[in-house]
Design a protein around this ligand. Sequence first.
Ligand SMILES: Nc1ncnc2c1ncn2[C@@H]1O[C@H](COP(=O)(O)OP(=O)(O)O)[C@@H](O)[C@H]1O
Ligand SMILES: [Mg+2]
Length: 201
Amino acid sequence: MTEKKATNITWHEGAITKKDRERLLGQKGVVIWYTGLSASGKSTLAHAVEEKLFELGRVSYVLDGDNIRHGLNKNLGFSPEDREENIRRIGEVSVLFADTGVIAMTAFISPYRSDRDQARTLVPEGRFIEIYVKVPLSVAEERDPKGLYKKARAGEIKEFTGISAPYEEPLKAELVIDTSELNVEESRDVVIDFLTARNLI
Ligand SMILES: Nc1ncnc2c1ncn2[C@@H]1O[C@H](COP(=O)(O)OP(=O)(O)O)[C@@H](O)[C@H]1O
Ligand SMILES: [Mg+2]
């Protein structure tokens, strides 16, 4: 648990609310949380959804694992503690995005159930959509677009999810998308249809 260090801090409530910003943008601020093994298709799917939303005139933004580790989270590695802190920060950042009225999408392995559930608690009911991007490990390993599984099998990467570090499957994801069965377009449409059905776009 990350310790709160500052004292004497007071929340400042602005006159413009999330509702106001949502009205301005004509959309709802939500967090779409993609989780799954490396190479399951989180980044590909999130960006495909972003493109479709853009076409539909909706503002979204993808917070993508490796990109965030270049900046905001560059001081974090892959130990259990650092993974937890990585996800904690992303949870907080995605809430800030959603608070602006934007559709925030996070594409992180986020292997621990407790970390994802913690992120969920930050978002109002119905505005956190957990998507389990599911794929058999054998398929992810075969895809291996970054050659990471090969390195992990060779012992060159320690604590690699699915090989030498755990992945805890979601128990109550809003959507489960098996990318070994659906192609990118079909997967994207499952997400778009869900957002439409829930009146979120
Ligand atoms: N339905 C699908 N959705 C997303 N990616 C898919 C799908 N089918 C095959 N792929 C491929 O799987 C790989 C997934 O890589 P990537 O999106 O980087 O995964 P992750 O971000 O989960 O590590 C890509 O090479 C992509 O083309
Ligand atoms: Mg990715």
